[in-house]
Design a protein around this ligand. Structure first.
Ligand SMILES: [Zn+2]
Length: 238
């Protein structure tokens, strides 16, 4: 790793980032920011595909999203736990990649790996800044943490306009061929391939409409925003 990342997205499973904030990552890369993805698990418990197949798919998705750094930790799939050991594993990555912004999953949801990854990621961001932490590398605490909230029905704090990145984001999801091509395994849980575009577009259209653009990705932040110039606020009221 030669230089620091501007933005690091952390998620439980390969393909989570693509589904929740892939358009945003691609847009930030187009703006010249260095972006990265840390997947906490390798997908060995998934109904479809092997961990090896998913690694190749994840690398292809990263290429499509113009992400410059991607790694997966060895935390067991379907057993993401907020332990000291796991917090240190994530903190080590934060010290290595030194992101200014970290994107975490939203802290509520259906899948335990997702909401646990949120708390685990937050606490690792805190620990990583402690000088006396028994961990090599220079202390680093991200300046900003935002939560990608697309998996959960919550009103976002803000939306990123991904209209121009929508097709690339869809392509990055299709890169997970082991997950999203039609097959018998997991038929109950996975949408038919023909329905994926409609589902992804409907969600993106909904969040885009909240902010007056075609397609958007939703985020929650815990802090209140600071406004310097009222006439420059981009979202219209009436
Ligand atoms: Zn997931």
């Amino acid at each position: 790793m030669s230089s620091a990342l501007d933005i690091l997205a952390i998620a439980a499973h390969r393909d989570d980032v693509e589904q929740t904030c892939g358009g945003t990552l691609r847009k930030m890369a187009e703006h010249g920011h260095a972006t990265g993805i840390l997947d906490l698990t390798r997908g060995e418990m998934g109904t479809r595909g092997t961990a090896k197949e998913r690694e190749a798919e994840a690398n292809e998705a990263a290429r499509i999203l113009k992400v410059s750094w991607r790694e997966a930790l060895d935390i067991p799939d379907a057993r993401v736990e907020n332990t000291w050991e796991n917090r240190l594993k994530v903190a080590a990555v934060l010290r290595k990649t030194r992101p200014r912004v970290v994107i975490l999953p939203y802290w509520l949801g259906r899948h335990p790996d997702h909401y646990t990854a949120s708390t685990l990621g937050y606490e690792a961001c805190f620990l990583s800044g402690l000088a006396k932490l028994p961990l090599k590398g220079k202390p680093h605490r991200p300046f900003k943490i935002v939560y990608a909230s697309l998996y959960h029905d919550v009103r976002p704090s803000f939306v990123v306009d991904i209209t121009a990145q929508f097709e690339a984001r869809l392509e990055s999801i299709y890169a997970y061929k082991s997950q999203f091509t039609d097959q018998d395994a997991g038929r109950e849980d996975f949408p038919a391939q023909a329905h994926i575009r409609e589902r992804v577009a409907a969600m993106a259209r909904f969040y885009g409409a909240l902010a007056g653009v075609q397609y958007g990705e939703p985020f929650v932040q815990k802090e209140v925003d600071l406004v310097a110039d009222l006439p420059a606020i981009p979202v219209k009221s009436i």
